[in-house]
Design a protein around this ligand. Structure first.
Ligand code: SF4
Length: 296
């Protein structure tokens, strides 16, 4: 089968020789956008669990996954809240404890670009020598109006600086973008994607905006539909993929909100249908990731 998308699952299969899956870990961190040091209330789309609603214990996850993939390799994914927002001694303790576990082949750390001071970058460099590592940065949009709307609480130049610092240290990083923010046009979403593609990012995560229970958006925009139909979303993602260079790894193409907390769009829980739709549409177009990309 022709691979039209440079997906993280294929990349990890080649890197580790087996199906490789991420185990979600709640490291017990909080977020500067919730405790008042940057903002209060968090980003408007964020759930009470800090965008990590699928996390359960490592052992429970391994047990479940090993039924499907008995030889699977595992990466530990610090997902909930901001996983570099603590003194470096605490970060070291938590991350090293996990990579000492022989069943763990690598480390994934989700954070904000404004939570990467020099001492944390030094620790990440060390970890990068010891294990397979990538860092995830929640950018969501390059447009300052939208950033204000989502209450991101840092400007775009902070992302630029984090990218430079990570690149300098050869630390892989993945950038998160949200598709469907209120008042963002398709052209604006594409502008965010194109900008990120020039940042040195190793990977991209495209998230469909979900309105979920417990978020600020659920209170202010409970009826907001980021896209009218699943097909509209599928077409947008295919258009976007055509502009992402083929050496950037695609980590996500939609969202992952569990059905019980999902408010809108009502079809968002149908992840398999969305992914199948994207694959079918790419085939129908005879299209590939990066086919419309022009290096600046
Ligand atoms: S999305 Fe991330 S940065 Fe924003 S409030 Fe949630 S945990 Fe904090």
């Amino acid at each position: 089968m022709i691979e039209r998308i440079n997906s993280i699952s294929s990349y990890l299969k080649k890197e580790f020789g087996e199906k490789t899956v991420k185990l979600s870990i709640d490291g017990g961190f909080t977020c500067p956008n919730r405790d008042g040091s940057k903002g209060f209330g968090g980003c408007v789309f964020c759930s009470e669990a800090g965008s990590g609603d699928t996390a359960s214990t490592i052992e429970e996850q391994k047990k479940l996954l090993s039924k499907k993939w008995p030889k699977a390799k595992y990466l530990a994914y610090f997902q909930n809240f901001t996983n570099t927002y603590a003194p470096v001694s605490i970060l070291r303790e938590k991350f090293e404890a996990v990579i000492e576990d022989e069943s763990i082949s690598g480390l994934v750390i989700g954070t904000r670009p404004d939570c990467l001071p020099e001492d944390v970058l030094d620790l990440l460099s060390e970890l990068n020598e010891k294990t397979f590592l990538w860092v995830e940065l929640g950018l969501q949009t390059i447009h300052e109006d939208s950033a204000d709307f989502i209450n991101r609480c840092y400007p775009l130049e902070v992302y630029d600086s984090a990218c430079r610092n990570l690149k300098k240290r050869n630390i892989r990083f993945v950038t998160h973008l949200i598709l469907g923010l209120p008042s963002e046009s398709k052209a604006q979403m594409l502008d965010s994607v194109k900008y990120v593609c020039e940042s040195g990012t190793w990977g991209i995560k495209l998230h469909l905006l979900n309105i979920i229970k417990g978020s600020q958006l659920a209170k202010t925009h409970p009826c907001y539909k980021p896209f009218e139909t699943l097909d509209e979303y599928v077409n947008l993602v295919c258009d976007i993929l055509e502009y992402i260079p083929d050496d950037i790894i695609i980590h996500r193409l939609t969202a992952d909100a569990p059905r019980p907390i999902l408010i809108s769009p009502p079809w968002s829980y149908r992840k398999r249908s969305i992914l199948n739709g994207i694959n079918q549409e790419m085939r129908k177009r005879d299209s590939y990731q990066g086919c419309r990309y022009k290096r600046i």
